[in-house]
Design a protein around this ligand. Structure first.
Ligand SMILES: Nc1ncnc2c1ncn2[C@@H]1O[C@H](COP(=O)(O)OP(=O)(O)OP(=O)(O)O)[C@@H](O)[C@H]1O
Ligand SMILES: [Mg+2]
Length: 381
């Protein structure tokens, strides 16, 4: 019997929980030609949602493409990735690339390199000068609309880790993408990324190219009722019962964040498999054990955090959600001048350690929070 809880991979098939409404809503929007920005804190399940969504749309007869911008380290690689995912999805041979490039995007020349390990790597020669590159990329992106029109089918393109477009090509690339995508009527786009504040800025900042280019959708946590069914059924299948106290503790230790819920349940499942009884106590012990095993990572993280910010982490660790902007809280915890607290909080958010939630602040990693609370060094608040 395989462990049914998946973490650190895209959740598909039976491992995918809930998200029925989101799937239906986004699928409807994309089918109608919408552009959608999907925003959430890290590890809430954006990629899993997108992959399941594209599968669903493909089954409905639409064409789909998934582009993970983390896979591209240059504009040439972005071009190759786009060509591979959008132009070549159903074709496999390298010659097809040449033919397609000749017929659909004549400005591009395929550049196949044999790497030291004998593997082929494909890139597209998009020219050297900035204007050559822009023209080639515009033509390539436009090929998506041509293909969709030619086949008489809507094409849905998902850009994951979209904030990387800025690193890859800066403002000129963003502007170019906007002007091309805006003219497409047979292609729908969904943009998402793990750096929430960067994606949010791209779409909310009126000085940026993607300002108001589409509907912004905030992905929340998976509702409790879906998790309750999923978790109790998976444990029941191996003979363990999850009582209400244990279930509540799973949610609170993992802060109901999809990744950490699965992570904790996966460990618990292994323990039950070895004969342990599932109880609230076991959940608490397992969470503490996970936090301990992550100590080297957490120590490394703390080393890069200045003292002022560490103090803030101590306060948040004990009072998740506390509104650190309030004078009373700042005074009580002796955090120093309010503007400095503000700067520190913003830096901690930028570093991906804290997240805003309901006007307060919480840890992105609930096991890091647990570790900070437990760590004796930090008891001096
Ligand atoms: N709908 C879901 N059903 C089951 N598990 C899920 C679901 N969504 C997310 N998870 C859990 O969360 C983990 C992270 O999911 P995913 O990679 O999709 O999130 P993400 O928001 O794209 O993360 P990142 O911001 O780091 O890119 C998965 O490996 C899985 O454990
Ligand atoms: Mg992701």
């Amino acid at each position: 019997m395989n462990n049914p809880f998946v973490y650190g991979e895209i959740a598909v098939g039976k491992a995918f929980v809930g998200r029925k409404e989101e799937l239906a809503d986004i699928a409807r929007g994309l089918q109608a030609g919408e552009r959608i920005f999907l925003i959430s804190p890290r590890r809430f399940g954006k990629t899993s949602l997108i992959v399941n969504l594209l599968e669903r749309l493909k089954n409905k007869g639409l064409m789909t493409a998934y582009i993970d911008l983390y896979r591209a380290a240059s504009l040439e690689q972005l071009a190759a990735l786009f060509a591979e995912e959008v132009l070549l999805k159903s074709e496999t041979r390298l010659e097809t690339l040449a033919r397609l490039a000749r017929e659909i995007v004549p400005l591009l020349r395929p550049k196949i390199t044999v790497e030291q390990d004998g593997q082929f790597s494909a890139a597209l020669d998009i020219g050297k000068s900035k204007s050559e590159q822009s023209a080639a990329l515009a033509e390539l992106f436009d090929a998506a609309e041509k293909i969709a029109k030619k086949r008489g089918k809507r094409l849905v393109i998902a850009f994951d880790e979209f904030q990387e477009a800025t690193a890859l090509g800066g403002e000129p690339l963003e502007k170019l993408m906007r002007s091309v995508f805006q003219g497409h009527h047979n292609v729908s786009y969904i943009f998402s990324g793990s750096k929430q504040h960067l994606i949010a800025d791209m779409v909310n900042n009126k000085d940026r190219a993607f300002y108001k280019l589409g509907r912004v959708l905030f992905l929340g946590k998976i509702p409790e009722k879906d998790l309750r069914v999923f978790i109790t059924e998976r444990f029941a299948a191996m003979g363990a019962t999850v009582d209400e106290a244990a279930f509540r503790r799973i949610l609170s230790e993992a802060d109901s964040i999809p990744y950490y819920v699965q992570y904790l349940c996966s460990f618990l499942w292994n323990k039950c498999r070895e004969g342990a009884g599932l109880s609230e106590k076991l959940v608490a012990e397992t969470a503490a054990h996970i936090a301990d095993t992550q100590a080297p990572l957490y120590v490394g993280m703390l080393e890069n955090i200045p003292l002022k910010q560490r103090k803030i982490l101590q306060v948040v660790s004990r009072n998740p959600g506390e509104k650190l902007y309030s004078h009373e809280v700042i005074e009580r915890n002796r955090l120093g001048p309010a503007p400095t607290v503000q700067v520190s909080l913003n830096l901690l958010i930028k570093k991906g350690i804290l997240e805003k939630e309901n006007g307060g602040h919480v840890f992105c990693d609930p096991f890091f929070r647990l570790w900070v609370v437990k760590n004796s060094l930090l008891k001096s608040v």
